[in-house]
Design a protein around this ligand. Structure first.
Ligand code: GAR
Length: 210
């Protein structure tokens, strides 16, 4: 099975989707460890409940981004993962860190990238009057929320939506497409080369699989 380390900062509902897929035998992965940069979050409990090693590495204990990322990489590498999965991990990563895991680190971002990189994506989609919104799974490169997309899911923006209702609709899709992308990677179908995502060796469109 593909060894996976999952990085989180919060509730861990995407982590839960991966745990459920692993337990159901639908995902050929072995989540070796879950690491949170925030202590006491729900995602750490989810890992522990599944019998997965759950560690906290609090960024507040480090003087610099570089020092935190170095410690984080050491903790990750101790578990020898094939794949690093960012699941609601809310830290900007240094180029030294992203290049270390290039082609074997995925992130999920709650927008139709390249739209709405950064924070508050649901409110920004509402403020712009968008009729569609969504979520992207992409490879992580040194460009923040900029690496090549593996898969996107689109949801409608409905009359009366607020950021919370829209986020909930997007999250339902997150829990479907993140396990799908991780399964593709674990099966050797999804890869990255020359800053392009490939599925079965064929370059995916800029939006990823839709
Ligand atoms: C998810 O909605 C994910 O798309 C978002 O954080 C949430 C984490 O939820 N990620 C980002 O905003 C990355 N910049 P979860 O902890 O329940 O999986």
């Amino acid at each position: 099975a593909t060894r996976v380390v999952v990085l989180i900062s919060g509730s861990g509902s995407n982590l839960q989707a991966l745990i459920d897929g692993q337990i159901a035998g639908e995902l050929p992965i072995d989540i070796a460890c879950v690491i949170s940069n925030r202590p006491g979050v729900r995602g750490l409990e989810r890992a522990a409940e599944a019998g997965i090693e759950a560690l906290t590495l609090d960024h507040k204990g480090f003087d610099s981004r570089e020092a935190f990322d170095k410690a984080l990489a050491e903790t990750i590498d101790a578990h020898r993962p094939d794949l690093v999965v960012l699941a609601g991990f809310m830290r900007i990563l240094t180029p030294a860190f992203t290049s270390r895991y290039l082609g074997r680190m995925l992130n999920i971002h709650p927008s139709l990238l390249p739209k709405y990189q950064g924070l508050h994506t649901h409110q920004r989609a509402l403020d712009a009057g968008d009729s569609e919104h969504g979520v992207t799974v992409h490879f992580v490169t040194d460009e923040l929320d900029g690496g090549p997309a593996a898969i996107q899911a689109v949801v409608p923006v409905l009359a009366g939506d607020d950021a919370a209702s829209l986020a909930a609709r997007v999250q339902q899709q997150e829990h479907l497409i993140y396990p799908m992308a991780v399964r593709w990677f674990a099966e050797g179908k999804l890869s990255m080369r020359e800053n392009k995502a490939l599925l079965d060796g064929e370059p995916l469109p800029a939006s990823g699989y839709q």
